[in-house]
Ligand binder design. Sequence first.
Ligand code: IPD
Ligand code: CA
Ligand code: CA
Length: 269
Amino acid sequence: MEIAIRDNIFNFAKKWILEAGNIIRQTIDDPIEVGTKSNPNDLVTTMDKNTEKYFVEKIKTTFPDHLLLSEEGFGDEVKSLDGTVWIIDPIDGTMNFVQQKRNFTISIGIYHDGVGEIGLIYNVMEDELYSAIRGEGAFKNDKKLPFLRKEQILEESVIGLNHLWLCENPLVDEKVMQDLVRTARGSRTYGSAALEFAFVAEGILEGYLTMGLSPWDFAAGIILVNEVGGITSTIDGAEINMVGRNSVFTGHRAVHKRIIEDFIKKGRK
Ligand code: IPD
Ligand code: CA
Ligand code: CA
């Protein structure tokens, strides 16, 4: 993708994500309708839908030839990443949005012919924008994020994971996951996959692993983590399917390798 074209798209995406976040902050105390999707804890609100519609309207008007892959279904039916595709989660961490009114993000990954060019993750209530353009590094607001430390051991690392890993689960033996939690310095659950990716890029989490995510959860995060020298794969170390659901493991390269070798492989079902 030509640099001038990419910069132009980035400027619009940045403007829109900040505007959408501002609208959410201004209306955070207004009543919202909360519905459920696949199960009683899979929540969706009018705010998720309205935010997604906001992006659809902006993108379709400004870039009519771009496609949109987004969670709430107002985008296009996207089966491949040919052309320019915006992958959007209008609110990542809807449960946090509903229950806590914080710790949720807007996530936008922009891919061109399958290559991740632009990643934006906006921690709305903190007004913290994580952004990256391929090859130009990752930023938190206007501050460039440093490359991840050269050496890093699991015993000094904090790992993001959902507590469900510690219960019986279909992917990895829970005893092995308990051992991983005991071996790491600490573990955290934030409830927004995109925020956890941003924390890995920021170097305040050394890894984040999860059982099943969709493209809008990880599209932006992968680009951010790449820009600081981290790695993202499935929990088995395989390549991510960018238009399907995957288990996902992102993190510092050394920690990623150690967790796959010494834990996942041992406990994989
Ligand atoms: C969810 C969040 C959560 C993750 C779930 C996602 P949503 O996204 O990222 O942290 O564990 O798998 O579905 O539904 O709030 O956009
Ligand atoms: Ca999500
Ligand atoms: Ca969402």
